[in-house]
Ligand binder design. Structure first.
Ligand code: FE2
Ligand code: FE2
Length: 187
């Protein structure tokens, strides 16, 4: 592994792909297309479980404490900001979940479209900040420790996914099939 954040950056690619697919979902809903509940449920599962539990877990339980031990303050710096943004991500995902349930019951997509847009905007900005600021700092601070940090991240990932009863390949496959299916509807 060449960088301490490689495993987290790989998660970001997967999350970004889901953000693009969610934006296509919002476009289709906005155009009056109906999206079946079990299909929407897959995207919500990914946002609640892969993003909040697994990916944020790897950052909060492994990367951030490693950076703190390296001298980055927890309060008032980028770690505090990222923790706050994780909390906002969780709240926006819960809001999207509520409006998805309302959409399934009423067929009215307005609130769900707005909530998907708020969620994807927030998460995309958060990922960009991490990629270009926090991860860039982490890569410099943890130079020479990449193998060790990635090993610890892999351990945390395994524990989080185990707590969910899921595997990484399950979520990779979920994003791939969701993306392929939603794009078929786009045509
Ligand atoms: Fe994060
Ligand atoms: Fe992240």
């Amino acid at each position: 592994m060449s960088s301490s954040t490689e495993s987290l950056r790989n998660d970001h690619f997967l999350i970004e792909k889901m953000m693009r697919a969610l934006n296509v979902t919002a476009d289709l809903l906005q155009a009056g297309k109906s999206i079946p509940a079990p299909f929407l449920e897959q995207a919500l599962d990914f946002t609640k479980n892969f993003t909040n539990v697994c990916h944020h877990g790897k950052e909060e339980d492994t990367l951030f404490p490693t950076l703190e031990r390296g001298g980055m303050p927890r309060q008032g710096g980028p770690i505090a900001r990222m923790l706050l943004e994780h909390e906002m991500t969780k709240q926006l995902a819960e809001k999207m979940d509520v409006s998805a349930k309302a959409y399934v019951q009423t067929g009215n997509a307005g609130q769900l479209v707005a909530d998907i847009r708020s969620y994807t905007d927030h998460v995309s900005q958060h990922l960009t900040k991490e990629n270009f600021r926090l991860f860039a700092m982490a890569d410099m601070m943890l130079q020479g420790k990449a193998a060790q940090v990635n090993q610890e991240l892999a351990k945390t990932e395994e524990a989080k996914l185990q707590s969910l009863g899921k595997t990484r390949s399950h979520y990779e496959q979920l994003v791939k099939s969701y993306d392929a299916e939603i794009r078929k509807n786009q045509a």
